[in-house]
Design a protein around this ligand. Structure first.
Ligand code: ZN
Length: 341
């Protein structure tokens, strides 16, 4: 199969080299929209802002770029054609909003570059200065995120849902996002093995010619939220040629170290991690609550340990903010400097 001009095998390693060894991913997107006043109590969640307040979406991307992100994720996590249609939009309008999520992120990157001065944005590379590399990743949330019934964090879709159901659900959105100008696709918060398989098959069958990452949401140090083993899930990602990074997101920081070691057992692809704050989402209350008994400290202090365990891309998920990302950037730029000496 012709995959166009992008060399999937070196895409991420080349990018990491340009970043100085490690890359910074952005933080909680919906969290930051809410901090700016958006009301996301809606089945579309953060994707609602693509309709109601695109300026806020751009603003949040800029907040994360200012905080040091090398990769920004689009507002398409919960943007689905089916979800928009349920709100009375036409298929064309729904598809337009998917494209718009990528356009806004690309626009934010351009604004960021345009207003960069040497002092604030450039980094030193081989004795000269160069622009900080930034990629736009088109976010794809799970079928459970669309259902908005809590299955996003249980991975339990019932017996009637098969790999084929999931492929049919995701197919058109994936085709559109792959042709939208995004640099890669971020399959995020994958809750079970079946959805990973569906994504891998779709990438192959649709001949998707931009890279992707697979990121799983886990309930402990060895299993994704459905109970499927992270080893099996990460192996599916490993065997897919378009997949350029494999990892974990929206998972409590305390499980991340063990999970990185597990992922590394089954793949040599770069490992990405962007944990949440350690709180748990209560699907009935529709809010984040502190986990009983265990408290995660500010996880930025764990980054060094996660680096040693072999991860190379770091960011934050729900309930993290630009301050988290600033702190991560600081830790990583120290590491990058150390590496270059
Ligand atoms: Zn999250």
């Amino acid at each position: 199969m012709e995959l166009g001009s992008i060399d999937m095998s070196s895409f991420m390693t080349d990018f990491l080299k340009k970043c100085g060894g490690f890359a910074v991913v952005d933080g909680g997107f919906a969290t930051e929209l809410e901090r700016h006043g958006a009301n996301l109590n809606d089945p579309l969640w953060s994707a609602k802002c693509l309709v109601t307040s695109p300026h806020l979406v751009r603003r949040v991307h800029l907040d994360y770029l200012d905080a040091g992100a090398n990769i920004i994720l689009t507002a398409s996590y919960q943007a689905t054609i089916q979800g928009f249609e349920a709100k009375g939009l036409s298929t064309e309008e729904a598809e337009g909003l998917l494209r718009k999520s990528v356009e806004i992120a690309c626009e934010a990157r351009q604004i960021y570059y345009d207003r960069c001065t040497k002092d604030s944005c450039d980094h030193i590379e081989n004795g000269g200065t160069s622009r900080r590399p930034v990629l736009v990743a088109a976010s794809v949330g799970s079928y459970g995120a669309y259902l908005a019934d809590g299955s996003e964090y249980s991975g339990d879709y019932g017996d009637a849902v098969t790999v084929e159901t999931l492929k049919d659900f995701h197919r058109r959105r994936l085709q559109i996002l792959a042709q939208s100008g995004a640099d890669l696709i971020a399959f995020e918060t994958i809750p079970n093995k079946m959805e990973a398989k569906a994504y891998a098959e779709l990438l192959e069958e649709e001949g998707i010619n931009i890279p992707a990452w697979f990121s799983f949401t886990c309930k402990d140090g060895v299993n994704v939220v459905s109970g499927d083993s992270i080893l099996e899930c990460a192996s599916i990602a490993d065997s897919c040629k378009q997949v350029v990074a494999v990892g974990i997101n929206c998972t409590a920081p305390r499980f991340i170290h063990g999970l990185i070691l597990s992922v590394r057992k089954v793949t040599s692809k770069p490992v990405i991690i962007y944990p949440n704050s350690g709180e748990t989402y209560d699907a009935v209350l529709k809010q984040w609550v502190e986990s009983t008994g265990v408290r995660d400290e500010d996880f930025v202090s764990y980054i060094g340990k996660w680096l040693d365990a072999g991860a190379s891309l770091f960011g934050g998920c729900c309930r993290t903010t630009p301050d988290t990302i600033k702190a991560i950037s600081r830790v990583l730029s120290n590491k990058n400097t150390t590496l270059k000496v």
